[in-house]
Each structure stands twice: as C-alpha cells, then as structure tokens.
Design a protein around this ligand. Structure first.
Ligand SMILES: *Cc1c(COP(=O)(O)O)cnc(C)c1O
Length: 435
C-alpha cells in the first residue's frame, strides 16, 4: 500500500478494519481523478485562509477584546470587532454574530421575520425549504390545524409564500420571474440540500439567478440560507449579489470550536431591522452579552477553512467509494459542490441504520451510544441521527442523519479531520459488507 502507511495499518488493525475495506480505501486514494478534486479543494482552502488572515489583520484584536461585558453589554469592543470581521469576510456592510442566535433555524427565522411584513409575498426559489424552516413559514395546512391559537408563523402574520422547485438541479429562473408581483419583497435561496434529494446549489448557478432577478427587480431582497455553504468555494453569496445571508456556528464557521451561535451578514439597513427582532425595536445590535464566547467564535472562524476542507474531503471520499460500490450518490465525487453534505442512497432501512451506527461508533464523544430512529421537533418523519460531537448537534463534526423513508438516503457530513473520515468510511464498509 502506498497511501496507507505501515504505522497507520497498526491502528486500523486495532480498530478491527478488514483487509477488503482497506483495499477499497487504498484504491480510492490512488485514483488520479480523486487527487485532482482534492487539489482543487486545497486551493479553495488556501484562498479562504488568506481571506481570514487579511480580515484579522484589518480588524486587529487585542487580548482585552475577549472579556465580555455583563448585563446589557453596551460597548463590547470585542463583539463589535468580531462583527466587523464577519462583515469583511462576507464583503458586507454589516453583520450580527451572537451566541444568542441559537441555531441556523433561528438565524433564518430572524431574517424572514425581520424583513417581511403583513401582505408581503416572498418566493423560495429552491423549492420547499429545510424541514425546520417550514414551521417558521407555517403555510402547511397539516401544521396549522394542530394549533387553535395563532403560533406566530409568517403565514399567521399575513405573509404569503410561493415555492418554485428547482429543475434538473438548477434554479427555474423563468418560473421565479413569472411569480414575482408587486407584493414580492424577498426571494430566498437555500444552498444546501436539506432532506431533499438534489445537488446543492453551486455558486455559479446562484450567481446567474441573482443577476437575472436583480436586472429586472433591483429592489427585491435576495436572501440566502448559507448553512453548510461557507468556505466551500472562493466566493460567498454576498459577493455575488445576495443582500442578506444567515448561518449556524455549529456548522462550517464554528469549526467544532465555537460553542454555538449564529450569524447574519448583509446590507446595513437589513442587518439593523433584523437585529430589532433579535433584541427589540430601537435596541438592535447595541445590546447583547457575548457570554465569554468571543474568543471561541474567533478561533472557530480562524480554523474554519481547514476544517471545511476536511469535511469536503470526507464527503468526496465517501461518495467516490459508495458510487464505485454501485450505490446512487449526490453529488458525484468530481462534481462542483455547494455544501459539505454527501447523500448516499442505501436502498433499505437495515443498511441505513447500520451506516449510522458506525458513524456513531467513529465519533469522539458518546461513541458507545446507539442511534435510534425517533420523532424530532420540526421534522415530519422519524429521523435517525448519528452524532457524537464535542458540541451538541454540531454537524461540522462527523455526523450522519436520515429520515426513515424511501429511498433511504443518508445525509453524511463533517469530520474535523481526514483520518476520522477515513476510519468512519472503513467501518461503514465493513458493516454493510457483513449484512
Ligand atoms: C442545518 C440547516 C439549517 C438550520 O439548522 P439548525 O439545526 O437549526 O442549525 C437550515 N437550512 C439548512 C439547509 C441546513 O442545512
């Protein structure tokens, strides 16, 4: 073996990995095409590392910036510098980066609730969004009938939505333009696939769509759910025309180091009205304790390009090997990616559960736990989730999840380094081989 050293083999033996699976890994690592993909991903990483270094250099932090204020937390210089740093990286006028933004869902909900008002209409140009966002929008009858009181969804507030599904993995721009009317205030795009079965939205496709909308309707707000998309490419959505974006710090930008939080970046005026929802009208970004998390969030951002590269290599390797074994995968290993997620269609429930068990076993924390399919708030099917991470629910760390339904597609993502990804791959291969 050329790509797996004698020294590594000692450990693989200790982990009980079979010769057969090791051979499959070795073959993959020898493939010139796969290596070419890895080289391109390295190039993106190096560029994003410089982007981060440049922003740090510009903002210039001091040790004192890490001490959080208490109470209202007015004039927290570290917080203000952190937000300036994010704005520089995303090339936006402003940003809000807080531990009090709980998750990606919270950040996205803030963006929609902050910008949309009664009688406004908005369009989701990437079809029905990620499961947890559907309650925020609240247009689904089933969900609505369960509650007697208004639960405060956008639908309850008189905001209407149109979903325009993608066709052949591309934005159906003609149909998006056709659905725009006088009341259309915002058009939303979701970069990652969520629990849909499609390819992620590439920067190129997103850029074309935004350009065409802006040409005719320069005042419509372009919002992008950037979850899982950060540092996957050379440019972020705000560099190609998006007005406002949102994401989670327990995904790409937190790098498994930030304890939690979320960010919103974009036009100053938009960040301001959205921040009014986060705190209160008139308070905006001026208040909000950092709970001593400034340092962790900064460190996460610094390591993010490297960790995103590991996640991308892991996802690419999984899809390469599983496709060779005859499973359907999205995207193909050499296809341009818009997120870090790997979709593998495992054909039946047994394979799906075995795969997730092995991901759990390869985790750093809770590795002796067994993932069991169960109902989850915000999701309509039973879900199996394998995640044993430093940070609860962190999916930039090695994780896999899937709704228990045909076509038994598992969504695999993360892994803080390539070795963990390779080991997890070997374990899943052995498990599926013996079923
Ligand atoms: C993860 C994710 C979200 C938000 O999820 P949280 O678990 O609330 O952070 C939203 N949209 C997409 C596409 C996602 O992948």
């Amino acid at each position: 073996m050329i790509n797996i050293s004698k020294e590594e083999l000692v450990y693989y033996k200790k982990f009980g990995v079979s010769e057969d699976s090791l051979k499959k890994l070795e073959e993959a690592l020898c493939d010139k095409e796969l290596k070419k993909v890895f080289d391109e991903l390295e190039k993106i990483k190096r560029f994003n590392e410089l982007k981060v270094l440049d922003a740090f250099n510009e903002v210039s932090f001091n040790q004192d910036d890490f001490y959080s204020k208490s109470g209202y937390s007015f004039d927290d210089i570290g917080r203000e510098k952190l937000e300036k740093l994010y704005a520089l990286i995303f090339k936006t006028e402003d940003a809000v980066v807080r531990p009090s933004i709980i998750s990606g869902t919270h950040a996205i909900s803030l963006c929609l609730n902050g910008t949309l008002r009664t009688k406004d209409n908005f369009i989701y140009a990437t079809g029905i969004p990620y499961d947890t966002i559907r309650r925020t929008i609240g247009s689904e009858k089933v969900i609505k009938n369960k509650y007697k009181l208004s639960e405060g969804s956008l639908f309850d507030q008189g905001v209407s939505v149109k979903y325009v599904p993608m066709i052949k993995e591309k934005i159906d721009i003609k149909n998006v333009l056709k659905n725009i009317n006088k009341k259309t205030k915002l058009i939303a795009f979701q970069r990652a696939i969520g629990y849909a079965s499609r390819e992620s939205l590439t920067t190129k496709n997103l850029s074309q769509a935004i350009k065409e909308i802006k040409k005719k309707y320069p005042n419509i707000i372009i919002f992008v759910d950037n979850c899982y998309g950060e540092f996957v490419d050379f440019k972020e959505p705000t560099e190609i025309g998006a007005d406002i974006i949102a994401g989670s710090l327990i995904k790409n930008l937190g790098a498994g180091i930030a304890n939690g939080g979320g960010y919103i970046a974009g036009k100053k005026e938009l960040v301001e009205i959205i921040s009014n929802k986060l705190s209160a009208v008139g308070l905006g970004k001026e208040q909000g304790p950092m709970q001593s998390q400034t340092l962790n969030i900064l460190r996460g951002l610094f390591f993010s390009p490297e960790v995103v590269l590991s996640a991308l290599k892991n996802a690419t390797l999984f899809n390469y090997v599983y496709e060779k074994l005859g499973y359907k995968v999205y995207p193909l290993f050499n296809q341009k990616r818009g997120d870090i997620v790997s979709q593998i269609f495992l054909e039946n429930e047994k394979n799906l559960i075995k795969f997730c068990e092995k991901i759990q076993e390869s985790s750093l924390i809770d590795n002796k736990f067994m993932p069991v399919p169960d109902v989850m708030p915000g999701y309509s099917n039973k879900i199996i989730m394998a995640s044993g991470s430093f940070i609860q629910g962190s999916s930039i760390e090695l994780s896999a999840d899937a709704p228990l339904r045909d076509p038994y597609c598992v969504y695999f993502q993360g892994g803080l380094n390539f070795s963990q990804g390779k080991l997890a791959l070997l374990k899943t291969l052995d498990a599926l081989n013996n079923s």
